[in-house]
Structures are given as C-alpha cells and as structure tokens.
Design a protein around this ligand. Structure first.
Ligand code: 0O2
Length: 256
C-alpha cells in the first residue's frame, strides 16, 4: 500500500475531511466560536449575579441559589446537527444551534424563577428569541423548567457579536429531579420502561407539590414576620451585611 493510500484509509477511518486546509480552517473557526460562547456565558452569568445582589437587597433574601454553566460537548453538537439534518460544520453550529452556551439558574422558590427571568429580560442588551415554559406545561415525563433562548452581545475586537445562549431556570426541587432523571433515564433505552417512566413521573409530580407547599409556607412565615415586626423598623439592614458578590452558594457548582 502506498503512503497516499494509507493516508486516505486513515482519513476515512477517523472520518476527517480529506482536504487538510478545510480541516485546519474549520478547527480554527471552531476554537473561535467556542471562545465566543464562553464569553456569552460570562456576560449572562455576570448579569445574573448582579441581579441576584440587587434582588436580595430589595426582597431581603436571595432569589438565586446557584448558577451552573457549560459549553455543549463536541459530540453532542455533532449529534444534534445530524438530528436536525444539518451539515456538520462551524457555519451550521452558529446558524442552527441555540444551546451551545448553556446557563442553568437554580432558585429556591417557583416565583423566584419568574422574577429572575423578568429582570434578566428587561435588560436593554438581552433579546428573547424563544421561551419554553415547562413549568406551565411540563413534559410528559414530568420535566419542569423555564427555558429561555436569548441573544446576548459579546464585545469582540471587531465589534459586538450577537451570540445565542440557552438559560434554564428551575427550583432546587426541579433540579434535584432533573439531575436524577438525567442519570437514570434521559435519552436511554432501559428495561421495564413503562414502570420506570411512571415512577419518575410520580416523583416529578410529588416534587412539584413540595415546591408549591414550600412557597405557601414561605408566604405564611413572611406574613407572620410582618405582623411581629414593629412598624418603621429598618428590615433591610441585616440583609445588607449578608450581601456579597462572592456568596458561597453562587460558587458551589460551576458546570453541568
Ligand atoms: P444536555 O446534556 O443537557 O446538553 P429543540 O431546541 O426544541 O430542538 P431541545 O434542544 O431538546 O429541542 O430543547 P429543550 O426541550 O428545550 O431541551 C433542552 C435541554 O433541556 C436539554 O439539553 C436538557 O438539558 C434539558 N431537558 C429537556 N428535557 C429534559 C428531560 O426530560 N429530562 C432532563 N433531565 N433534562 C431535560 P440536551 O442538549 O438534550 O442535553
């Protein structure tokens, strides 16, 4: 076998494009695109952290428990492009995928989800592209979360670049269920499918009831506190001391 034949065979096996210049150009562009998605994540994270600080002073508690983020793995990118029937190249990623940059915001209570979303979307430079409310309309398996696809301008040397990001906002309880369901079942073929799917759905519904009960409990406690506190007292003072851009809970987990 000649060297050329060996090279062609190798390229076929590892499924690399046979044109080395095209491959080189694509890998450079891929690196630049991923860097831009990373910057978009940083932009959105900073906005969320600032909002959390501001809302924590206004409401005397933190509406964000913690934030995670991730860049979609190359294999998942390829899978999704193939699923959409799109060619696997850098141009398709930018054109067809909205969730390469992913940010997950975990809130203590259901109403915090909507406060955080409203505050974020009221920012001048954030544009809502698509909203999927899986809390109003849970998925058949019980999955709940608010998904926002947003466009965020990323400051680059050649000017601002609009970049898409997916923001998933959910409660601690919704996150707990989704994390376990992701491990146990999400996109997997398993035995005794019917029973497991039904059990997971039951757990999701119970988790959702707990969310509603905890919100009612918080309202009850807040109403009780307001009744007990003397009129005119400065309720915000102790919370201002707690307020810090480096709250440990915001640093707890970083990637999903
Ligand atoms: P990963 O591993 O998180 O990256 P569409 O945009 O409409 O073509 P898509 O992308 O499936 O369809 O959008 P959707 O429904 O908004 O879901 C996007 C993400 O939400 C998923 O990303 C998951 O992170 C999460 N998700 C959606 N459904 C479920 C579910 O049933 N269980 C769990 N645990 N998570 C879910 P990826 O890219 O699929 O996966």
């Amino acid at each position: 076998m000649s060297f050329n034949e060996i090279q062609t065979d190798f390229i076929k096996k590892i499924k690399l494009p046979s044109d080395p210049q095209y491959f080189y150009d694509q890998s450079v562009q891929f690196g630049e695109l991923m860097m831009m998605y990373n910057c978009a994540i940083r932009e959105v994270r900073t906005k969320l952290e600032v909002l959390n600080d501001e809302l924590s002073i206004r409401n005397s508690r933190n509406p964000i428990e913690f934030i995670e983020s991730r860049i979609k793995r190359p294999l998942s990118i390829v899978d999704k492009l193939k699923r959409y029937g799109e060619p696997v190249n850098v141009e398709s990623i930018e054109r067809s995928l909205n969730d390469v940059a992913g940010i997950r915001v975990i809130c203590p209570f259901i109403d915090d989800i909507y406060s955080v979303a409203d505050m974020l979307l009221s920012q001048d430079d954030i544009t809502l592209i698509k909203k999927k409310d899986y809390i109003e309309n849970p998925k058949p398996n019980g999955y709940r979360s608010l998904h926002l696809i947003v466009a965020v301008p990323v400051p680059m040397i050649r000017g601002h670049q609009e970049c898409m990001a997916e923001i998933q906002i959910r409660t601690l309880a919704m996150d707990f269920w989704a994390a376990l369901e992701h491990q146990l079942k999400y996109k997997q073929q398993i035995g005794d499918e019917e029973t497991i799917v039904a059990e997971l759905k039951r757990c999701a519904d119970e988790t959702s009831s707990t969310d509603i009960n905890l919100l009612a409990l918080r309202e009850l406690i807040t109403a009780g506190k307001e009744e007990l506190s003397p009129a005119g007292s400065d309720k915000q003072q102790p919370e201002i001391k707690k307020h810090s851009a480096l709250r440990p809970s915001l640093k707890r987990r970083h990637q999903y």
